[in-house]
Design a protein around this ligand. Structure first.
Ligand code: FES
Length: 652
């Protein structure tokens, strides 16, 4: 017969095709994931494949060297203009001429996986809501009068199999010049969110558009706003950046911001304006850093706690300050960026806000659930997203519980006497010799310990400026282990501790971690007030975990995942010495990095993940810490270091 056997790898899909069938056509008929932006016209180069000549006997196919057509002029032109890896062909130009095995390299797959760095993290499968599509449109004909837009839609439907398509007026205004300039071909940025019945054209260019489409995944926290700028085609992160949330001047934590809104008429409006201004600034900054124009940003996904959620949307958060903590809406939201006054991005840019779980458990917690998937865990896993407000998830494949706990900003280095944000010069690692009580430390920006030769030179540029969240956690835990602090959290005096580093400050004592005053630097101490702030924060965190464990009816957990902007930097041992997390073997404590931010990225890159998390949150049971008497009880017990009642066998 004239049919040739075609086998695609890595999918293993196979079929018989008539000689002369383009590889791209064969791939489409078999449902093989082979990318194309230009629809097979040899322009976009997304369809590159590697023919497997001669090495595929394991598939039972003998591949002849001429199993595909020779290079054609389109490919020659493409190669000379932009280059192509040796051995590659354009799938839309290469035609099947005999039995052949064809490999689709990862970058030619639409649903490519973005490999995440850490082994504990899962990959993101690309399936974005916004795609660039090149399309050739029929010219107008006096005898068959149809509008240019209608012919564009027909072309999109025929060439790309899309359903209904809509366009706003600004696009319609640009349509006719674009079609004529592109000689009846255009590229459109086409968007379809998970709740949209129709596709929407967000942008249009004459001919084939070389530029890329970008999206932003934003984790809007009470203290910091962190954003990842992602390529919507391959999911790569071009830049990550953060700014302080300017709402801090209205109150450090969530409840003080809700009170500000309650006490000051128009206070919520002020806070909404502040955060939106900061977001516009962040968009500009991250675009500059990545060297892209901000108008090439077409989508934004947001994750945030309920109070930030309402203030972003311009909804007064007063109801969140009192029982029963009703949200204006807990569902996911699909909006225009313009609705949120985010003007720096493309004017047609779309926004997706992940669903909230309940009044105190927001879209940030949903994002952590999307990233870490406790609902698929075989082990009983506790996930702790450490921030000004901690989100906790406990569960396994049978049941998942969630709560939030008001830890305050101490873990982020705020409310700490020498505290600072994690930045070069901040002390991030601390060890204290239990015999001599002498400390050594490391600062961000250098790999050396403070007692290593060369440390002074290595930190000459950054200086030693303060202590960040992970640093203060280690400092307090090390002070406890070295006997400088008792179980109640009291710092001993020089006589009790035997070290002159414990200095008197009125009626309490401080421990001198670093004295830089001789060279004009700061005196960095851990004060009694610092210890108290950390005790309160960690007690709130631990009490939240215990409350979830009570509700679940378990005494122990099998795994702990530390997440949060600085979750990746917390040392599990020190967290446990401090009693931040329940007792578990140290190798079962895993760092997930900024899981909420990752959840936002997953929702940005994969539109189906939006449906998945919307469904998943319905199965997460929320536990309210604010009105639960046992929370108070656990909180009081948990302020001792590590704890007044619970045992920590793994520490002994
Ligand atoms: Fe665009 Fe082949 S599909 S170059």
């Amino acid at each position: 017969t004239q049919d040739a056997l075609v086998i695609f790898t890595p999918s293993g899909k196979r079929g018989r095709f008539a000689h002369g069938t383009p590889v791209l056509t064969a791939a489409r008929q078999l449902g093989v994931d082979l990318d194309s932006v230009c629809g097979g016209r040899g322009i976009c180069s997304k369809c590159q494949i590697t023919p497997g000549y001669g090495e595929f006997s394991k598939h039972g196919v003998t591949v002849e060297a001429d199993a595909l057509t020779e290079w054609n002029s389109v490919e020659e032109r493409y190669k000379s203009k932009r280059g192509m890896i040796d051995g590659r062909r354009l799938g839309c130009q290469a035609k099947v001429m005999g039995d052949v095995v064809i490999d689709v390299p990862p970058e030619s797959q639409v649903h490519k996986q973005v490999i995440r760095k850490s082994a504990s993290q899962r990959d993101i499968v690309m399936d974005p809501a916004t795609r660039a599509l090149y399309v050739e449109v029929a010219e107008p004909d006096m005898h068959e009068p149809t509008g240019d837009f209608e012919r564009l839609v027909t072309a999109l439907q025929q060439q790309w199999g899309v359903g209904e398509v809509a366009a706003e007026l600004p696009i319609l205004r640009r349509l006719q010049p674009a079609l004529r300039k592109g000689n009846w071909s255009v590229t459109v940025a086409l968007h379809k969110g998970n709740h949209d019945a129709r596709h929407r054209i967000l942008d249009i260019w004459p001919g084939f558009h070389e530029g890329k489409l970008y999206g932003l995944a934003i984790d809007l926290g009470s203290t910091t706003i962190a954003a990842h700028l992602c390529d919507l085609h391959d999911g790569s992160v071009l830049a990550s950046s953060g700014v302080m949330n300017p709402q801090i001047r209205f109150g450090e934590d969530l409840m003080s911001r809700v009170s500000y809104a309650m006490m000051n008429p128009g206070g919520d409006v002020e806070m909404t304006a502040a955060v939106r201004t900061a977001l516009n600034g962040l968009v500009q900054a991250i675009a500059t850093e990545a060297k892209i124009v901000p108008t090439s940003i077409y989508e934004i996904t947001f994750v945030c706690n309920p109070v930030m959620h309402h203030l972003l949307l311009g909804i007064d958060p007063v109801e969140l300050g009192q029982a029963p903590f009703a949200l204006a809406t807990s569902g996911s939201l699909v909006l225009d960026a313009a609705d949120l006054d985010i003007k720096a991005v493309n004017p047609a840019a779309r926004v997706y806000i992940l669903p909230c779980i309940a009044g105190h458990v927001g879209a940030d917690c949903a994002a952590v659930a999307l990233s870490e998937e406790p609902n698929k865990s075989k082990e009983m896993v506790l996930i702790v997203d450490v921030g000004t407000n901690a989100e906790l998830l406990l569960g396994n494949e049978t049941r998942v519980l969630a709560c939030s706990s008001p830890t305050g900003p101490a873990f982020e280095g705020a409310q700490i006497s020498s505290g600072q944000r994690a930045a070069p010069g901040a002390i991030e690692r601390v060890e204290i010799d239990p015999q001599t009580k002498e400390p050594r430390f490391r600062v961000i920006g250098s790999d050396l310990w403070s007692n290593d030769p060369g440390f002074a030179a290595a930190t000459d540029k950054t200086g030693i400026t303060g202590i960040c969240g992970s640093g203060i956690i280690e400092a307090v835990a090390e002070m406890r282990m070295a006997g400088l602090v008792d179980q109640g959290g009291l710092i001993g005096g020089p006589d009790q501790t035997g070290t002159a580093r414990c200095i008197s400050e009125g009626r309490t004592h401080s421990y001198v971690l670093h004295d830089g005053t001789a060279t004009g630097g700061p005196l960095i101490t851990v004060t009694q007030g610092d210890i108290r702030a950390i005790q309160l924060a960690k007690a709130a965190l631990y009490a939240g975990a215990r409350l979830l464990m009570d509700e679940m009816g378990v005494e122990t957990v099998e795994k702990v995942v530390l997440a949060g902007a600085f979750g990746a930097h917390i040392s599990p041992k020190h967290a446990m010495v401090l009693g931040m997390i329940p007792d578990v073997t140290l190798d079962k404590v895993i760092s997930a990095g900024n899981a909420a931010g990752t959840g936002a990225r997953i929702a940005l890159c994969n539109v189906a993940a939006r449906n998945y998390i919307e469904d998943t949150v319905h199965h997460i049971h929320k536990v309210e810490t604010a009105i639960e008497p046992r929370f108070q009880e656990h909180f009081v017990n948990a302020s001792a270091i590590p704890n007044a009642v619970d045992t920590f066998p793994e520490l002994s």
